[in-house]
Design a protein around this ligand. Structure first.
Ligand code: ADP
Ligand code: MG
Length: 240
C-alpha cells in the first residue's frame, strides 16, 4: 500500500455541554492517500465536519492520533497548527467565505499574503488561478457582484492557490443548482487530479459521492462502510 498522507488512529471527539457528553466521533481509524479523492458521506450530525476540523488542525481530538507525513497534528501548538494549515491545507466552504469588501482577485491572493509571497508574484499567481477557474474577466468584481457559482469558483481558486497537499470541501455545492453543482465538482476534482492533491469532500448527496475514488460512510460518529469506486470506474471505461 502507498504511504498515507494522513492517518487517524483511534480518534475520539467528545463535546461536553454542561452535564451532557456528545460523542461526535467514536473510534475512527482511517488512512488517506496522496492524489486520491475521498467523499465523507453521512446525514446531518453524523460527525463529518468534526472529522474535517480535526484533520485540518482546527480542533483537537479528545483521544487518538492524527498523523500527517509522520508529524503528529494532535501534539502541535497553535503556531505549528497555523503553519500546517497555511502550508498544506486548502478549504472550500458551502457559504464560500469570501471577504465582501475585497475583489475576486484580492480574495484569491489572501493565502499568499499569509505565506509572505511578494505582491507582484501574488497578483500574477492569483490571475493565473482565476483564469484556471474561468473568471479572468471578473478580477475586479466584489463577491456581491458575482453569482453563487462564480463566488464558489473564486473560493476554489483561493483554496488551491498555494498548492496545498490536502483540500477540504465541506458541502461545497450545498447552495448551488444542479448544473452548477456538476460544473463545480468537475472543476475541483480536475484541479486536484492534475496536481496530485488529496481531496476530501463532505456531502450528504450520493451523486456527488460518485466523483470520489473512495466513499467513506459515516454514521453516529463511526465509520459504517468504506467503498472503493475505482474498480467500477475502470470497468465502465473499458466496456465502452
Ligand atoms: P455533520 O457535519 O455530519 O452534520 P458535526 O460534525 O457538525 O456533524 O456534528 C457531530 C455531532 O457533534 C452533532 O451531534 C453535533 O451536535 C455535535 N457538535 C458539533 N460541534 C459541536 C460543538 N462545538 N459543541 C458541542 N457539540 C458539537
Ligand atoms: Mg457539517
Amino acid at each position: 500500500m502507498i504511504e498515507p498522507i494522513i492517518s487517524l488512529r483511534n480518534v475520539r471527539k467528545i463535546y461536553k455541554m454542561g452535564d451532557e457528553r456528545i460523542i461526535a466521533l467514536d473510534h475512527i481509524n482511517l488512512d488517506f492517500e496522496k492524489g486520491k479523492i475521498y467523499c465523507l458521506l453521512g446525514t446531518s450530525g453524523s460527525g463529518k465536519s468534526t472529522l474535517l476540523n480535526l484533520i485540518a488542525g482546527l480542533e483537537k481530538p479528545t483521544k487518538g492520533e492524527i498523523i500527517f507525513k509522520s508529524a503528529h497534528i494532535e501534539k502541535m501548538n497553535e503556531k505549528q497548527l497555523a503553519n500546517y494549515r497555511q502550508k498544506y491545507i486548502g478549504f472550500v466552504f458551502q457559504s464560500y467565505n469570501l471577504l465582501s469588501s475585497l475583489s475576486a482577485l484580492e480574495n484569491v491572493t489572501i493565502p499568499l499574503i499569509f505565506r509572505k509571497i511578494p505582491k507582484k508574484k501574488r497578483i500574477a499567481k492569483a490571475q493565473a488561478m482565476l483564469k484556471a477557474v474561468g473568471l479572468e474577466k471578473r478580477e475586479k468584481h466584489k463577491p456581491s457582484q458575482l453569482s453563487g457559482g462564480q463566488q464558489q469558483r473564486v473560493s476554489i481558486a483561493r483554496a488551491f492557490i498555494s498548492n496545498p497537499s490536502i483540500v477540504f470541501a465541506d458541502e461545497p455545492t450545498g447552495n448551488l443548482d444542479t448544473k452548477t453543482t456538476f460544473e463545480m465538482m468537475d472543476l475541483i476534482t480536475n484541479i486536484a487530479k492534475a496536481n496530485e492533491q488529496t481531496l476530501i469532500i463532505v456531502t450528504h448527496d450520493l451523486e456527488i459521492a460518485h466523483y470520489a475514488n473512495t466513499i467513506i460512510y459515516i454514521r453516529d460518529g463511526n465509520i459504517e462502510k468504506i467503498e472503493n469506486t475505482d474498480n467500477q470506474t475502470e470497468l465502465g471505461t473499458t466496456v465502452e
